[in-house]
Design a protein around this ligand. Structure first.
Ligand code: PEP
Length: 249
């Protein structure tokens, strides 16, 4: 998959009729050099896979750390893979907040994802209180160390820096703030995997990305793409973001 990655997180949005948006997204060829990933609710994965026929990648939004068992309401990584997923979002701040997920749990889920052949898209980012306390770099370093499992091949990893206060709020960090965190994450990856390994990991920014700010965000050094929530639901909103990524240097 290309290092430039435009990923859409549909969250708990979308029923069968929403597949029309994917049909619209695919109505014209997507720009070359950019991988597009949509992570719909699990109920839509299989139908979306049939519709997309390999033209975009698909992902889940979470998986359980166990391969199977008595975990009512949860989903196993192999189930996502069978339904057509190649990726799975893990450690999204909404899961960390709503379900109390810890870094260790995220790492365990990532191991399960890898075992099922999925690429984990591991999310990390600071809260507003942590940023205001000057703790951003410490928080993301701790999350990077704790959420990315031992032994993972960097070519099988995507990271998304998502400041919690920017998600769904319309607020975005300044380019300098994004650059500072992405540089720190790339350095952290280099320390763990070496420079060549670190260079294989797409580093996405997420948090209120939209057509109007995408080009400025993609111009930030070490930003390889975006994890997009609200603006990924409609093809008319998502396509310009994909185009801005394709146009970025
Ligand atoms: C997200 O859900 O990962 C996200 C970044 O949401 P939004 O783009 O709506 O802020």
């Amino acid at each position: 998959m290309a290092r430039k990655l435009a990923a859409g997180n549909w969250k708990m949005n979308g029923i069968g009729e929403s597949l029309a948006e994917v049909a619209l997204l695919l109505a014209d060829p997507l720009p070359a050099g950019v991988a597009v990933l949509i992570c719909p609710p699990a109920t839509l994965l299989h139908r979306m896979a049939v519709l997309a026929a390999g033209r975009i990648a698909l992902g889940g939004q979470d998986c359980h750390a166990a391969a199977a068992g008595a975990h009512t309401g949860d989903i196993a990584a192999a189930m996502l893979a069978e339904a057509g997923a190649s990726h799975v979002i893990l450690g999204h701040s909404e899961r960390r907040a709503d379900h109390g997920e810890t870094d260790a749990q995220v790492a365990a889920k990532a191991q399960a994802a890898l075992a099922a052949g999925l690429v984990p898209v591991i999310c990390l980012g600071e809260t507003l209180a942590e940023r205001q306390a000057g703790a951003t770099l410490d928080v993301v370093a701790r999350q990077l160390a704790g959420s990315v499992p031992d032994g993972i091949a960097p070519a099988r990893l995507v990271l998304a820096y998502e400041p919690v206060w920017a998600i769904g709020s319309g607020l975005t960090p300044t380019p300098d703030q994004i650059a500072e965190v992405h540089a720190a994450l790339r350095a952290g990856l280099s320390a763990r995997f070496g420079a060549a390994g670190a260079a294989q990991v797409p580093l996405l920014y997420g948090g209120s990305v939209k057509a109007s700010n995408a080009a400025a965000i993609f111009a930030v050094p070490e930003v390889d793409g975006a994890l997009v929530g609200g603006a990924s639901l409609k093809a008319a909103d998502f396509r310009p973001i994909v185009a801005a990524l394709a146009a970025a240097a």
